[in-house]
Design a protein around this ligand. Structure first.
Ligand SMILES: [Zn+2]
Ligand SMILES: [Zn+2]
Length: 213
């Protein structure tokens, strides 16, 4: 695994969003504007001293008044602590999309779900049985992703992209073009981008947690 310039992109979004948060009227409300906001809430690096770094990735995406969680980090307690610090109520999250089966992207989702049992959770159909067993233990019935789908208007899952392990990525249709949010990129970031472009349109920006090539 190697980190590339793309992780800097995630960090810069984080910083700018930390600034935006300071002027929000209602911290827990999902912004109704058409602007895309991606807040990294769990990462191997931290841009704020009050947010601890830990292995894995999680980001909250706000788009056109809808809120989704992309991945859920490796440490559930820390993830919930960070959501609280950033003033994101788990109950305001409509969907959780888990990019792939690794624990550093998956582990926190059960805890967020326990805070918000109305949240829809999207696992790849090809995940091993263990994540589904853990889901059943908290009465979560994950959607088993088998094909591309629209998570909320304007945000799409690419569905299963072959790799070791396979992944799904998010493609967000903004007025500036397609923005992608990807997990570890085990299938290779080029393959992820090519798939999204084949399914939708030209990719303008990729926000990566880690990058395999
Ligand atoms: Zn990872
Ligand atoms: Zn991984």
């Amino acid at each position: 695994m190697r980190r590339s310039v793309s992780i800097c992109a995630a960090a810069s979004i984080y910083l700018s969003l930390a600034t935006v948060r300071g002027v929000a009227a209602e911290p827990n409300a999902v912004p109704q504007t058409s602007a895309l906001e991606i807040r990294v809430v769990f990462d191997n690096t931290s841009a704020r001293p009050d947010l601890r770094r830990s292995w894995g990735f999680s980001a909250v995406v706000d788009f056109r008044g809808r809120r989704i969680l992309c991945d859920a980090g490796s440490d559930p307690v820390l993830l919930l602590e960070h959501l609280d610090l950033i003033q994101i109520d788990p109950k305001s999250i409509e969907h959780a999309v888990i990019s792939h089966q690794h624990g550093d992207h998956l582990r926190g989702v059960y805890w967020v779900f326990e805070k918000n049992p109305n949240m829809s959770v999207h696992f790849l159909d090809c995940f091993p049985e263990e994540p589904f067993r853990r889901a059943a233990a908290v009465n979560m019935k994950p959607h088993r992703v088998t094909g591309p789908f629209e998570v909320v208007p304007g945000i799409y899952s690419t569905s299963i992209i072959d790799g070791c392990p396979p992944e799904q990525s998010l493609a967000i249709e903004t007025s500036q073009g397609l923005v992608m949010l990807v997990g570890c990129s085990h299938p290779g970031v080029v393959k992820l981008v090519e798939t999204a472009q084949m399914q939708r349109t030209k990719v303008r920006f990729v926000c990566c947690s880690e990058t395999f090539t």
